[in-house]
Each structure stands twice: as structure tokens, then as C-alpha cells.
Design a protein around this ligand. Structure first.
Ligand SMILES: [Zn+2]
Length: 471
């Protein structure tokens, strides 16, 4: 399907919305369903080839991950949590990255979409492949990290490397793309390039300008550390400069773009002030490089804003077209405010990024790029087999069944509409905002307390009145 634009393969499994990390957990798989619903109701699903991805098999997952780790993910369930303490600690499936029902299936869907997406690009079936369920960039080969268990990105890139000599990985999540960088830090066949908040112990704490890769991969890891309050204008200016320099010196054969939406203004865990259009401009810039492109999701913790952002970016990817501001009526409409529109506005946070520092950072990156071997190539080699055979399952998938939102209510405790305004006033401190404090619960508790106080006051007042009337 080519609509005066690109051939796009879009991977979506409707079951993704059934998974729950936990009520108070900020990661909400439902945002993928909300994105899909906007795509359907904006008429965008008709402009793409839609696929339900083959779920990744254990064989696929161990192409990067340790077998023991994958076997543990396969077996562990919330019921068995208490008998496996040492393994849980070993594999870091604790705290931020909890066990939840169906966790392994969730991982297989996310990874399957990225591997299939890469295969479509390898075989010329699409110009662009999109998997909003992917982009889980923190997972390590033998450890979970930051809500990520299986690194679908690494698996997707490994698939691309079967047909492409040089793959460029770009990460616009607010957190450093540490898992992907670590996986490819010793090779020149993948250049990783991450733009992220760095400093003040912001998670994951890596991604300094001086982290440039090792051995054959030295200077093939690019990190652009940033500070709080980044706005559209400056973000795009340095994003474009850096990416154009990377493109000039590395000349990739294909690109993987992780579109983490926690860089958006009002994100529950983020501290930047980007708008949907600012975020989208970066995606558009990469699209216009006209290389095979794998688009993945990632972070993003204000579900409705994530859905708006990824729906808008899907439209840009298909044919560079803007969408009407007014949100179409759809099954999640009740979770958006009545006057809410597709495009976010900035809240005007203080931008702590000084131009002089950004210029110095860029200068250093540019110097490193100039030192790399221009366009490293790969000698003759036998091409490894494709991960999954392209079979009859690989036909466009039609979704006849409408999604239902009847069980999703608990997934919306999203009070972040005013969150950044509040944070801004309180001098933002990300450490104070543990992802495990549910703002709704907090509000309910506060209200209860206030009611109790009022009641007490009321009864005191009544007693006083009684006493006075007795006098
Ligand atoms: Zn993130």
C-alpha cells in the first residue's frame, strides 16, 4: 500500500492491552491500544499494511539473551515469586521491573514485532516498519532493568545486520539507551546515538559524553547528555546537527529509531518540555533520510499523551501529513478532557540547557565522528538464516473485532495533566517522585484526611454551640 508516501508495515497485537505491570506502576501497556484506537479512528490503519507479529520464540530470544535468564522468564509467575528470591535478585526482576501475569507473553509480543519489522525491511516488503510495543531499551542480556525484560531493539538490529552492513540506532527517550549501547559497544557495525537527560542520578545514570564505545566499537557510541526543561527548538537544532554529522561519516544502510515519549512535556517520569510537534519533527527528519527504517516505541508515562504522539508520528511516517487537531470519537474518548486536542503545548519550564554547553557537546561529538573509519564495511560472509520463516501467517492482518475498554478503568489514574505545572512550582526533583506513589491514592488519602479534620472541626463547633446555648 503506497499512498503518495512510504510503504509502511505496522505491527500490533490486540492482546497487548491485557497486560498489567500493576496498578501503581507507571508503565501502562494500554497506551499501545490507545494509540491503535486513534490510528483506526483517524483513518490511518487504511494507509498501512497491518500485521499481528509472530511471537518471538525462545530460540529468537536467546540470540541475544542468556538461556538461563530466558528460561527463568518463561517459568516465573507471581505465585512463584516467594520461592525464587535469589534468582529474582540475580536477574533483577524486582522493584521497578516486577513479575506480572503473562510477562513472558508480553515480552514475546514486543520482541516479535521488532524482529518481524526488521525482516520486512530486509526483504523489501516495507520502507518503514512500526512496532509501538517495542523500544524496551534498558534490558540487558541477563538482567531486567527499568521496566524492560527482553531487549526487542537488540534482537531487531541483529536481524537487520543479516542484510545490512551498518545499522544506525537513534534513541530519543528521556532515558539513556543503555541496553542497546552495551550490546553493540565493541562493534563498528552498529552506531548507537542517544539523546537523554543525564546527571543528578537520573536513571540509568549512564550515557555521559565520554562514553564512546570500546575496541572495534570505539567512537561508534554517541551520547548527547542533556539537562532539565529541554524545549522543541533547541532539541531539534542539536538533534539535527548531530544526526546529520553521524549520517555523513557513518553512512548507515538502515536506521532504527526508538521514539520514547517520556521526553514530552507533562510526562509522569520525565523532565523535558517537548511538544508532540517537536518530538514528531525529529521522527520526520529521520524519515526523510529515505533509508529502511524500523520505528519503535519506548518510555512514555502519561498514556494519553503517548497515544497522541505516536498516532501523530505514524501519520508523518506514512505520508508526512498533519492530522486534524480535534480528537476523533473513539472508545477511549472519556479519558481525554473535552477540549483536549492532539497537539500538546509546552508548559514553559525553565530550560537548564545552555547553548554554550550544547555547542561544546556537539563539538566533541563531531571531533569523535571525524576520527572514525569512514563507512566501515564487512568482508564476504555467509548470511545467517532469518529468525522466523516468512510463511502464510505473514499476510496483512485485519482487525474485525473492536477493542473494548470495559476492564481498563484501573489503568487510568493519570492525574499528570497538572503534574508538571506542580513539579515546576515545587522545583522539580525526580527522586521525590517515586514511580510507586500512585497520585490518585495520594489524593484520595488527602481528601479523606481533610474530611476527617472537617468533621472534627464541625463536631467541636457543634459542641461549642451546644455549650453556648446551654449557657
Ligand atoms: Zn524512558
Amino acid at each position: 500500500m503506497r499512498n503518495n508516501g512510504k510503504v509502511v508495515s505496522y505491527f500490533y497485537d490486540p492482546e497487548i492491552v491485557e497486560f498489567r505491570y500493576g496498578r501503581s506502576h507507571p508503565m501502562k501497556p494500554i497506551r499501545i491500544g490507545m494509540t491503535h484506537s486513534l490510528l483506526e479512528n483517524y483513518g490511518l490503519t487504511q494507509k498501512m499494511n497491518i500485521f499481528r507479529a509472530n511471537r518471538a520464540s525462545k530460540e529468537d530470544l536467546i540470540q541475544f539473551h542468556d538461556e538461563g535468564y530466558v528460561e527463568f522468564l518463561e517459568q516465573i509467575t507471581p505465585d512463584l515469586e516467594y520461592c525464587n528470591n535469589s534468582k529474582l535478585n540475580q536477574f533483577k526482576i524486582t522493584g521497578d521491573s516486577p513479575i506480572f501475569d503473562g510477562m513472558y507473553d508480553f515480552c514475546k509480543i514486543s520482541a516479535g514485532g521488532s524482529i518481524d519489522g526488521a525482516m520486512h525491511l530486509n526483504h523489501g516488503q516495507s520502507d518503514i516498519s512500526i512496532n509501538w510495543s517495542g523500544g524496551l531499551h534498558h534490558a540487558k542480556s541477563n538482567q531486567a532493568s527499568g521496566f524492560c525484560y527482553i531487549n526487542d531493539i537488540v534482537l531487531g538490529i541483529q536481524e537487520l545486520l543479516k542484510y545490512n552492513n551498518r545499522v544506525l540506532y537513534i534513541d530519543i527517550d528521556i532515558h539513556h539507551g543503555d541496553g542497546v549501547e552495551e550490546a553493540f559497544k565493541t562493534t563498528d557495525r552498529v552506531m548507537t546515538c542517544s539523546f537523554h537527560k543525564y546527571g543528578n542520578e537520573f536513571f540509568p545514570g549512564t550515557g555521559n559524553l565520554t562514553d564512546i564505545g570500546e575496541l572495534d566499537g570505539r567512537k561508534y557510541s554517541v551520547n548527547f547528555p542533556l539537562d532539565d526543561g529541554m524545549n522543541d527548538e533547541l532539541y531539534f537544532e542539536y538533534f539535527k546537527k548531530t544526526i546529520d554529522a553521524v549520517d555523513k561519516y557513518y553512512q548507515p544502510n538502515s536506521i532504527v529509531l526508538q521514539c520514547g515519549a517520556d521526553t514530552l512535556s507533562r510526562d509522569w517520569l520525565g523532565c523535558f518540555d517537548l511538544t508532540t510537534k517537536g518530538h514528531g519533527k525529529c521522527v520526520q527528519h529521520i524519515r526523510d533520510k529515505n533509508l529502511p527504517l524500523l520505528i519503535l516505541g519506548g518510555g512514555g508515562y502519561t498514556p494519553k499523551n503517548v497515544a497522541k504522539c505516536w498516532a501523530y508520528e505514524t501519520s508523518l511516517l506514512i505520508d508526512n501529513s498533519e492530522l486534524p487537531e480535534e480528537l476523533p470519537a473513539h472508545e477511549f474518548s472519556e479519558y481525554y478532557l473535552k477540549d483536549e486536542t492532539l497537539y500538546l503545548t509546552p508548559i514553559g519550564m525553565e530550560n537548564k540547557n545552555e547553548k554554550i554547553v550544547l555547542d561544546k557537546t556537539f563539538e566533541q561529538i563531531y571531533q569523535n565522528l571525524k576520527d572514525i573509519v569512514p563507512v566501515p564495511s564487512v568482508g564476504n560472509r555467509t548470511r545467517p538464516q532469518d529468525s522466523i520463516a516468512m510463511d502464510e501467517n505473514d499476510k496483512p492482518y485485519k482487525f474485525y473485532k473492536k477493542q473494548s475498554n470495559k476492564n481498563f478503568k484501573n489503568e487510568f489514574y493519570d492525574l499528570s495533566q497538572d503534574r508538571n505545572e506542580k513539579l515546576y512550582k515545587n522545583k522539580y526533583d525526580p527522586k521525590k517522585f517515586s514511580p510507586f506513589i500512585d497520585p490518585k491514592e495520594k489524593k484520595v488519602k488527602k481528601e479523606k484526611k481533610a474530611k476527617k479534620k472537617k468533621k472534627k472541626k464541625g463536631s467541636k463547633k457543634n459542641k461549642k454551640i451546644k455549650k453556648e446555648s446551654q449557657k
